[in-house]
Every structure is written in C-alpha cells, then in structure tokens.
Design a protein around this ligand. Structure first.
Ligand SMILES: Cc1cc2nc3c(=O)[nH]c(=O)nc-3n(C[C@H](O)[C@H](O)[C@H](O)COP(=O)(O)OP(=O)(O)OC[C@H]3O[C@@H](n4cnc5c(N)ncnc54)[C@H](O)[C@@H]3O)c2cc1C
Length: 384
C-alpha cells in the first residue's frame, strides 16, 4: 500500500468509527431539533470533510473520486443529513470554483470553504426550471464593471448557512439557450439577496432548503466564474457529473445501514416461536437487498476509479446514480416491511431512513433524467 493509500485507509477508518459511534447516536436529536449539534459540526470540520474536493494547495484534502467515494460510503451509514451539511458545500457548491474558477477566485474562497468557515450553496433550480435547467430565467445584466442579478432560485440546500452562492443566470437572451448562461460567485452579504424561511419537508430534518431571491443584486464583474460569460451551464453539468457519483456513494452507504437495521430486527423479532430471520421469505428480502447493495457499491467504486484514470464517465455516473438511488429506495421499502407495524412508527430508525432515502431519486437529477442521459450517451456511441 502506498503512503497515500495508507492515509486514505486510516481516514476512511476514522470516518467509519465517527459515523457509527457519534453520528448514529445523534440522529434522534437532529430529528427532534432540526439542527446538527455544534459539537458534531466541529468534528466534521476537524476530520477535514469540508475540504474533500478542495485541492491541497488551497488547504483541502484534494481527494480523487475513488477516495471521496470511500469516505462518503462511510459517512452515509449515518443519516444522510450529516453528509448534506458538508457534501453540498464541497460538492456542487464548490466544484465550479475548483474546475472553472480563476486563480483569484480560488484563493479568495477555497481556503475558507476547506476549513468549514464558509459554506457554499449551488443555485441552479428555479420555480419554473427544474429538470430543464437550461430554461432558467434569472438574468444578469452587465452595467459597466458590474452585473445586476434578478431572479428566484428554489430549494437551495444550506442557503441559510451559506456565505457564498454559485448562481446560474442568463447573460444572453433565452434564444441563446444553454450557451447564454453564466455562473456568478455571489457573497451572502451582497445587498439584494433574500433567503426565505426553510421549507418543511417529508424527511431530511436537520438539512435546510430555501428559496433565494435576487433583487437588483449588484456584483462586480470579478464575480463571474472563470471570468468569462457563457460557460455557466457547462460548469453546472460538470459539477453534476461529479455529484452523481458522490450521490450514488451516499445511496450505497445508506443501503448498508438499511440492511443492518432490517437484519437486526429480523434476528430479534420472534413469531411462530422463531426469529423471523429464519423464514425464507424474510431471507429473500435480505438477500435481494444485499445483492443490490453490493452491486451499487461495486458500480460506484469502478466508475470512480475510471474517472480518476481520466475516462469520460458521464454515462457511468448516471448509471450509478440511477441504480444506487433506486436500489436504496427498494431496500428501504423491504427493510421497513421486515419491521412490520414497528416499521411504521417512529421508535425505530427505519421509519425516518425510509423518508430520507426518497429524496435521493429526485435531486441532483431525477431518475428519469439519469435514464435520458444514459440513453443519450449510449446512442451517441454509435453516432445515432
Ligand atoms: C430537498 C431538496 C434539495 C435541493 N437542493 C438543491 C440545491 O441545492 N440546488 C439546486 O439548484 N436545486 C436543488 N434542488 C432541486 C432539485 O435538483 C430539483 O427538484 C430536481 O432537479 C427536479 O426538478 P423539479 O423539482 O423542478 O421537477 P421537474 O423537473 O418539474 O420534474 C417533475 C417530474 O417530471 C419528470 N420529468 C421532467 N422532465 C422529464 C423528461 N424530459 N422526461 C421524462 N420525465 C421528465 C421528472 O423526472 C419528475 O418526475 C433540491 C430539491 C430538493 C427537494
């Protein structure tokens, strides 16, 4: 094992223990209070998790995709809300800067993001533009050395905590389509930004999503990501390509947790004088789930390694996100079924995990959008 592999191995081990010994016991508190305790946030920072994707020269861990997936698989054993707190910041909230930012933008933001001092949100979705992101209507009009942004962004994760927003806005008329979209790095204290109260959701308590409204928000031209107009949509898609593998790793980590919950209950619970785990119909649910969880993990690891090797993994990332998140949904359903009536009440974690896992098939590209990407790439291979 190389020194690097050894370091990552030790870090993954530390994250694994942290997830199981600290995060899992904190889940009921997070559900109750809708907040992640300050002590846990401090430990997430100490582990360096806010800097996973930030290159080492800017103070981060500079992880490759496979290394990142390994850590995410471990942390996602606990409620996905913990991952959401740092993962959005250094996922879609930061990747635009890492991939496309100017040197000045990298130096200004990445060191603070890496330590967790500054959180970052990704502002793409709008009330009338979701899956069809290229139809967004937020405008950024150039006025001398400034741009003036007007528009509303919807469902923005961590907006109430964020110090920085990557905002996608149209700098050319709608007819220009995706090519008319630019990205801006907008600091929270810029006049003209309103962050609405967080939405009340089905699950993911402890994670906060709000609308962010930009009204005559004036930003200097230096806020334009990469210093050039028209590259915003491409940058967003590149970030989402990465985020899909990250999200597939979240789903694969959750699969393991869900199966552990189902297996534990199946061994404890007795009916007809025996543990229900001895019934073959229960075993069938466990076996189907384990096979799918194994496949999800193997897919993520393979695609992550291929990405690190420089291959284009657009199709594979979409396959991973699609399969792993759908599998996690099926597994959550089976594990809840194994709990019987107890699965439907709030005493057992499965009720909460079942609600939480539902989101994974929707955000960062719905399952249907993943299917479209897979088919598009597949047809492209033969020039169709
Ligand atoms: C909790 C949460 C957090 C989020 N965080 C963020 C964030 O931080 N930043 C951000 O920018 N966005 C965020 N989002 C938005 C999220 O990415 C979108 O909700 C998602 O992309 C789907 O868009 P939509 O809700 O507008 O659904 P729509 O696009 O309206 O889709 C509705 C349905 O139609 C289907 N559909 C749409 N087009 C097609 C098609 N061509 N073919 C077949 N089916 C289709 C969809 O799959 C879906 O089933 C978040 C959402 C949630 C719920």
């Amino acid at each position: 094992m190389s020194d690097r592999e050894e370091t990552i191995h030790l870090l993954a081990d530390a994250v694994r223990r942290f997830a199981r010994e600290q995060l899992v016991p904190a889940e009921p508190t997070v559900e109750e209070t809708d907040e992640i305790p300050g002590d846990i946030v401090r430990q997430l920072k100490e582990l360096g998790l806010f800097g996973m994707t930030v290159p080492e020269e800017y103070g981060g861990l500079g992880l490759g995709m496979y290394e990142e997936a390994r850590l995410v698989l471990e942390v996602a054993y606990a409620s996905p809300v913990f991952r959401s707190y740092f993962g959005t910041t250094n996922g879609v909230g930061t990747l635009g800067i890492v991939n496309d930012g100017t040197e000045e933008q990298k130096r200004r933001y990445l060191p603070r993001i890496a330590t967790g001092e500054m959180m970052a949100s990704f502002c793409l979705t709008e009330p009338d533009s979701g899956s069809d992101a290229a139809s967004l209507t937020t405008r950024a009009i150039r006025e001398g050395g400034y741009f003036v942004i007007n528009g509303t962004k919807r469902f923005i994760t961590n907006a109430i905590h964020a110090g920085l927003f990557t905002v996608f806005a149209r700098t050319a008329p709608k007819e220009a389509g995706a090519a008319g979209i630019s990205a801006f790095l907008v600091e929270r204290d810029t006049p003209g930004i309103t962050v609405a109260a967080p939405y009340r959701k089905m699950g993911f308590r402890g994670s906060h999503e709000s609308d962010v409204i930009f009204e005559n928000c004036r930003v200097p031209a230096s806020a334009l990501l990469g210093g050039r107009e028209g590259g915003g949509f491409k940058s967003a898609m590149r970030s989402l390509d990465h985020a899909r593998l990250h999200m597939a790793a979240v789903a694969a980590g959750m699969c393991e947790r869900l199966i552990d919950e189902g297996r534990r209950y199946a061994i404890e619970r007795k009916q007809f004088g025996k543990p229900i785990a001895s019934f073959q119909l229960i075993q069938g649910m466990l076996a189907d789930s384990q096979a799918e969880a194994y496949a999800a993990r193997a897919m993520v690891e393979k695609a992550a390694r291929d990405k690190d090797a420089g291959h284009n993994v657009t199709m594979e990332s979409a396959c991973c996100k699609y399969f792993a998140t759908e599998a996690a949904g099926r597994i959550a359903d089976r594990m809840l079924q194994i709990h019987g009536g107890s699965g439907y009440i709030k005493e057992y974690p499965i009720e909460r995990l079942y609600r939480d896992v539902r989101l994974l098939r929707i955000y960062e590209g719905t399952s249907q959008i993943q299917q479209l990407i897979i088919a598009r790439e597949l047809l492209k291979q033969v020039g169709a």
